[in-house]
Every structure is written in structure tokens, then in C-alpha cells.
Design a protein. Structure first.
Length: 138
């Protein structure tokens, strides 16, 4: 198995959650694969066991994978999504925006979460630059 990314030890995020203290490191591609090009910087993972070196799986943007979570095969975790616990995002599944996947959830194709899946939108909604509508004129 040829490595497809490295961890950038000088680019990290740290936080405390219900499972303890976590330090996540940004990933950087060391070879081309899928839509990712050598030198591209991705999201954050806690350890190499969170992102497979096989296939075209990728954690991009500001996304995070930590705990015993795994992104594998051709799956994509992007935006500001978070995958944690024992969750698995595999096959050609993709999550993004502010989605959270945790527990023992396994997603293996887009659009088909199992009945016991733990998936939720995060509490933070992205801000827009739209101005509010002007008040009605009398």
C-alpha cells in the first residue's frame, strides 16, 4: 500500500468533547488520486487509522475524522462535516456541509443511511451575504 497523504504536524486543531481531548492534524496529499492532486491540503484527522490510504477516500475542506471513525474506499467527507465514534463512511458515500456522523453508523453509498444511523445537521448554519428584504413601503 502506497501512502497517499501525510499529516501536517504544524497544522492542527485541539478540542475537548464527551469522549476526551483530541488533537487533529491536517492532511496533505503526497500523490495524485481521484480528484485530489499532489500537494492539496485536506481536512483534519486524529490519526492515520481515520483515513484509508487505499482507494480515493478523502477528508477535505475543514472536515474532521477522529476517534475510531474511518473514511475508506472512495468516500468523501467535506465541508465542515465531522465523523466520530466508531462510524464508517465507505464505498462511494459522501457527507458534507455541517453534517455530523457518529456512534456505530456505517454509510456505504449516498442517500441510504441505515435506520439506526446517527446523522444530524450541526447547530451552526453557514452565514450568507444576503441582505434582509427592505421593509414594505406605506
Amino acid at each position: 500500500m502506497k501512502k497517499k497523504y501525510t499529516l501536517l504536524r504544524n497544522d492542527s486543531v485541539e478540542f475537548l468533547d464527551k469522549d476526551g481531548y483530541h488533537t487533529l492534524f491536517r492532511v496533505k496529499a503526497v500523490r495524485d488520486f481521484g480528484c485530489v492532486k499532489r500537494g492539496d491540503r485536506g481536512g483534519y484527522i486524529e490519526r492515520e487509522a481515520n483515513l484509508s490510504h487505499d482507494g480515493t477516500a478523502w477528508v477535505g475542506g475543514g472536515a474532521q475524522a477522529y476517534g475510531n471513525a474511518l473514511v475508506c474506499d472512495d468516500a468523501i467527507v467535506n465541508g465542515y462535516a465531522k465523523i466520530s465514534g466508531n462510524a464508517r463512511i465507505c464505498g462511494n458515500a459522501a457527507i458534507g456541509e455541517y453534517e455530523r456522523v457518529g456512534g456505530n453508523t456505517v454509510l456505504s453509498r449516498p442517500g441510504y443511511p441505515p435506520d439506526d444511523a446517527f446523522i444530524k445537521k450541526g447547530p451552526n448554519k453557514p452565514r450568507t451575504n444576503r441582505r434582509p428584504a427592505p421593509p414594505p413601503t406605506p
